[in-house]
Design a binder for this molecule. Sequence first.
Ligand code: DGY
Length: 319
Amino acid sequence: MKQKILVTRALFPDVVDRLRTHFDVETNDLGRVFTATELTERIADKAGLMVMGDPISRAMIAAAPALKAVCNMAVGYNNFDLAALNARGILATNTPDVLNETTADFGWALLMATARRVTEAEHYLRAGKWQAWQYDMLTGTDVFGSTLGIIGMGRIGQAVARRAQGFGMRVVYHNRSRVAPDIERALNAEWVEKDALLRQADHIVLVVPYAPASHHTIGAREIGLMKPTANLINIARGGIVDDAALIEALAAGRIAGAGLDVFEGEPQLNPGFLSLTNVVLAPHIASASVPTRRAMANLAADNLIAALGEGPRAGNPPN
Ligand code: DGY
C-alpha cells in the first residue's frame, strides 16, 4: 500500500503526478490556503507533507502519529516547530541553493526600483500627472558608486554582493560570523559591525533567516542610525523588520525609501504601507521565476520521496 502524503497548496501538475507514482497523494483543491484546523485534520493520517511555508505547529505534529517527513518548498523553514519535529524524529527538509540567483535578482529589482522610484514614476504617469520635464521630478538615489550594506552573508547574500561589482559599489556586510577570506576577496566585501553598516550604507539589503534572535533586527533604533538618503530592502522574512517603526520612519522621511517583499503577519499588510509613496511593495515573490519555482518544487518532491524511503535524498535538510 502506498504511503499517504499531503501537498498543502496548488503545485505544478507534473510534479504532483511524479509524487503519485510513489504515494497516495491528497492535494488542496480549495483555491485557498488551508486553515490550521483543516490542516490538522488532513495531516492526521499522513506519513509526509509537502508544504509551502504553512505553519506546522507542535499541536499539529502531536495530532499526526504517522508523520515521518515534512518537506518545505522554500529555503526558509521558520514555519516549522523544529523542536517538536526533532522530538518525534520527523525529518524536515528545505530547498536551498536552487533559488539563490533568482532571489538575489529580485533583491536588486527592489533596490533599483526603490532607489530610482520606478513604481512611483509609473503611478505618476498613469495618473496623468506628467506635464513637462522638470529638473527635480522624481529624483532618486544613485546606485552606481554607492555603498551597499548586506545583513546576512549566506548564499543569497553572496549572490547579492556579486551583482554589486558591476555597479562599482563598495560592499560592507554583517553576519554573525565572517565569511572565508577568499570569499570576502572575491566579493570585494568588508565585514563591519551592524551599527557601522547602518551608518555607512546607501542601500541595505536584508537576507538573514528568521529566528527569535533575528526578530526586529531592524527597528526604530537601527533605522535611526541610517542615512536619511538610504534605502532598506527586505527579501528575508517579515519579522526581521519592525514594520510599524519602518512605516513611521518612511512617513517622516527619516530614510529615503524601502523595497519590501515580506511583511509581518503576511499576507495581511500593515495598512500604513499603502498610503506611502516611498515604498515598493511585492507579495513575497523573490524566488518567483518559472525555472526556479520548478526547481524548488522538484527538489522538495525529491526530498519527500527520499525522506519516506522511496529514493535517494537530495538537498540539505535543516535538521
Ligand atoms: C523561501 O524559499 O524561503 C522563500 O522566501 C519562499 O518562501
